[in-house]
Design a protein around this ligand. Structure first.
Ligand code: ZN
Length: 174
């Protein structure tokens, strides 16, 4: 089975926060470090990605688990084609094992750009991701790890909005 990263409650408390239009997205610093470990800072590093799972309370969405790249992924420098059956298994597994408290929030992947920009393909993908959203009303998040920054976008079925990182916690490590 693909690897799922989980961290303890204490480490969950150190978050990086992103926010816009009254939507708050929190990702534990430790997960950001894992995403950062896949950053495409060398020419031979391929695009990598995985799923984001978490919980939400009102407008605050907190990542509690992430999936890491697995051997079913088909990656190139600029694309990733993740196995949808594996994704669906992971989503069902997480929801069932958490009694519905840990839900699919979206996906993450890498871009070989300093400051990641959302591509047209990413925007199309977010529309497909929304169909998987267990939230009511549905909403999904896409985190893109660039070589210097992590960017987070959200989609609610109406518009795709970039969330701004804010400095309430530690600096993003380069
Ligand atoms: Zn992308």
């Amino acid at each position: 089975m693909p690897h799922i990263s989980e961290i303890d409650t204490y480490l969950h408390n150190i978050h990086i926060n992103f926010s816009n239009l009254n939507i708050h997205f929190q990702i534990p610093k430790l997960f950001q470090s894992i995403l950062s470990s896949y950053k495409q800072d060398r020419i031979d590093k391929l695009e990598q990605g995985g799923l984001l799972f978490g919980a939400h309370e009102e407008n605050t969405y907190s990542v509690k688990r992430i999936s890491e790249p697995n051997s079913f992924d088909k990656s190139t420098r600029f694309t990733i084609d993740r196995n949808k059956e594996i994704d669906n298994l992971l989503i069902k597994h997480e929801e069932r094992n958490s009694a519905g408290t840990i839900l699919y929030l979206g996906e993450w992947h890498t871009h070989p750009q300093d400051i990641p920009r959302i591509s047209r393909q990413d925007q199309t993908m977010m529309k497909l991701m929304l169909k998987l959203s267990p939230l009511n009303p549905p909403r999904v998040f896409l985190a893109i790890q660039g070589t210097h920054e992590l960017g987070v976008w959200t989609y609610d079925g109406k518009e795709i909005t970039k969330l701004e990182w804010y400095r309430s916690t530690s600096r993003l490590s380069p």
